[in-house]
Each structure stands twice: as structure tokens, then as C-alpha cells.
Design a protein around this ligand. Structure first.
Ligand code: 2E7
Ligand code: F3S
Length: 324
């Protein structure tokens, strides 16, 4: 290769950086809730489950004095516990009350909205088809609002197994972080079986999930490779990898941080798309961009598809004194 050809190729190397990406309003609020609790009451502050599904966020809060537990029974009586952004069922609230825990509920307000829908339809004796991923904390919390009325529909293959009491009285709800396209397909199949299936009063897939998918669609077709920054248990981040592949990226990978980016992925690549899930701090994206720059991808073009301005107020418990 002549030096001129090499220069031409390296000049063409670029990064398309999706916007919006990273923290959503619910994550911002939940992480700030733990930070404020630590500042206001001092360490330790207990947190039930990962406050958001990001390894770096959890580790950072741990170094500041947060203790992450799986269940409320691991929290000493009378201590302060924060409930994660993904929400909890009424049974978990009751357990915490039994143990006289002082609770700060960092459930995203858009998840609370889905809980309220579940309660309202259950009170009217509807069968509720909850589209979501089995075992995900958000699904457990929402289903726990009306366990006798909710059945989980996890993926298209599950549609055939659904049985309802009265096909005239069925509603679907969903997890907030699903693939928009796949959910539409699932609903279409459900409506083939239950033509009178009612839609949720407003979209359950949240603005942040849907905007990040729109943004990655815009860069995927032009990208040889898409790197999604996010942790392996982050539902919305994993969906971004799938959407990138569906919309024309030749390859797409989920990475926790730049150390996971393999040099071999960049062989023969001229355009790298980069985005991040809703639980991902920007510092992790910066690290990936630095690594790409070191490999000749220093031309970074941000592609903004939707403007976001959403903000949520902190949990109300942080506006009063929780001291015992
Ligand atoms: C809360 C909710 O923490 P995440 O990675 O969670 P998912 O649900 O995508 O695994 O992202 C932020 C977030 C998204 N949804 C937090 Cl209900
Ligand atoms: Fe809430 Fe959606 Fe974020 S449900 S926590 S705004 S990804």
C-alpha cells in the first residue's frame, strides 16, 4: 500500500455517535437518589438490587458507601433502603414495612405509571397480557401489582400459549425497555388471536428506550460496526445491539467499557457507530471514543435524531427527614 492510499483510508475513518444515548431521566433520578441519601444520612445506605443495570455505576456507589442486596431481609432492621429504578411489587413494600425499614423509592415514574395501569385494569377484572422478559426485575414488580390477572408474554413464540378467561376483556401492557418493532409484532400476533385486545392508555415503552432505538437506527445502516456501551444485564442496551443489526450494521457488540473493545473488530472498518444504553454514564463512552481515536478513528460526528429534555423530581422521601 502506498503512503497516499494509507492516508486516504485513514482519512475516511470516522465515528458516528448516536444522540440521544446514555442516561435517561429515570436513571439520573435514581443514581442521584442514592448519592443524596449518602450525603444526607451517611453510609451505609442499602440498595435493593442494582440501582440501575450498570456495573460501573454500582461499583462507584459501593465505594461511596452503598451496600447492594438482593432482598430486603438482608437489610438490618431500621436501616435505610433504596428501591431500584426498575420498581418493586407491593409485596416488597410490605416486607420492608414489616422490618421497619426506612425506604426511598427510586422507581422510575414511567414504571409507576405501568404499575398504576396494571392495578386499574385488574380492579376492572381484565386479563392483563404483560409483554416482557421473564425474570427481569421490572416485570416482577409490575406483575406483582396484580398477580392473579397478569400473564407474561415473553417473545413472539409465547403468543400461541396465551389463554384468557374472556376474549372481550383483555388488555396488553409492557416492560418499558423492549424493542419497539418486536413489541409491535407481538401485539399484532396477539390481536390476530384476540381481536378485541385493548391497547395501554399510553405507550409503556418509554421515551428513552424508543429514542435510543430511533437514534441507533439512523447510524446503523452507515456503520460497518456498531459499539453499544452497556452492561450485559441491561435490557435496553441489549436491544440496541439487536436493532443495530436489524438496521444494517455489519456487526454490533455490547461492551461494558473500552477494555472490551477488541482490535480485530476494527480490521477493514471505516465507519464505527457508537451509542450507549440508558443506564450508562458518559465517561464510559468517552473511554471508547479515546480507544477508537488511538486506532485512527478521531473524526467523531454526532448524529442527533431526537431532542430530549425530560427531567424527573427526586423521590419525595428525600425531601423529608428519614432519621429514626
Ligand atoms: C429502569 C427501568 O438499568 P437499565 O439498564 O435497565 P433495563 O431495564 O434496561 O435492564 O436501564 C435503565 C432503566 C431502564 N428501565 C432503569 Cl424500568
Ligand atoms: Fe425510566 Fe425509561 Fe429510563 S422507564 S428509568 S426513563 S429507560
Amino acid at each position: 500500500m502506498t503512503s497516499q492510499t494509507a492516508a486516504t483510508i485513514s482519512d475516511r475513518r470516522r465515528v458516528l455517535l448516536a444522540k440521544p444515548r446514555g442516561y435517561c431521566a429515570g436513571v439520573d433520578r435514581a443514581v442521584e437518589a442514592v448519592e443524596k441519601a449518602l450525603a444526607q444520612y451517611g453510609a451505609p445506605i442499602y440498595v435493593r438490587k442494582q440501582i440501575v443495570h450498570n456495573t460501573y455505576v454500582v461499583k462507584t456507589l459501593e465505594t461511596r458507601g452503598a451496600i447492594f442486596v438482593d432482598e430486603t431481609e438482608e437489610v438490618p432492621e431500621g436501616a435505610i433502603v433504596v428501591f431500584s429504578a426498575h420498581g418493586v411489587s407491593p409485596a416488597v413494600h410490605a416486607e420492608a414495612a414489616d422490618r421497619r425499614l426506612r425506604t426511598i423509592d427510586a422507581t422510575c415514574p414511567l414504571v409507576t405509571k405501568v404499575h398504576n395501569e396494571a392495578r386499574r385494569f385488574a380492579a376492572q377484572d381484565y386479563d392483563i397480557l404483560l409483554i416482557g422478559h421473564e425474570g427481569h426485575e421490572e416485570v416482577e414488580g409490575t406483575a406483582g401489582e396484580a398477580p392473579d390477572h397478569v400473564q407474561l408474554v415473553d417473545g413472539l413464540d409465547n403468543v400461541a400459549n396465551v389463554t384468557v378467561r374472556d376474549p372481550q376483556k383483555v388488555v396488553w401492557l409492557s416492560q418499558t425497555t423492549l424493542s419497539v418493532d418486536e413489541t409491535n409484532e407481538t401485539v399484532t400476533r396477539l390481536k390476530d388471536r384476540f381481536p378485541n385486545l385493548i391497547d395501554p392508555p399510553s405507550d409503556d415503552i418509554c421515551y428513552a428506550t424508543s429514542n435510543r432505538q430511533t437514534a441507533v437506527k439512523e447510524i446503523a445502516a452507515q456503520s460497518d460496526l456498531v459499539i453499544v456501551v452497556g452492561s450485559g444485564n441491561s435490557s435496553n442496551s441489549k436491544r440496541l445491539v439487536e436493532v443495530a443489526l436489524d438496521y444494517g450494521a455489519d456487526a454490533a457488540y455490547l461492551v461494558d467499557d473500552e477494555s472490551f473493545v477488541q482490535d480485530s473488530w476494527l480490521d477493514g472498518v471505516t465507519t464505527v457507530g457508537v451509542t450507549s444504553g440508558a443506564s450508562v454514564p458518559e465517561i464510559l463512552v468517552d473511554g471508547v471514543l479515546r480507544k477508537l481515536s488511538a486506532h485512527g478513528f478521531s473524526d467523531v460526528q454526532e448524529v442527533e435524531s431526537v431532542q430530549e429534555r425530560m427531567r424527573f423530581a427526586l423521590p419525595h422521601e428525600l425531601r423529608k427527614n428519614l432519621r429514626a
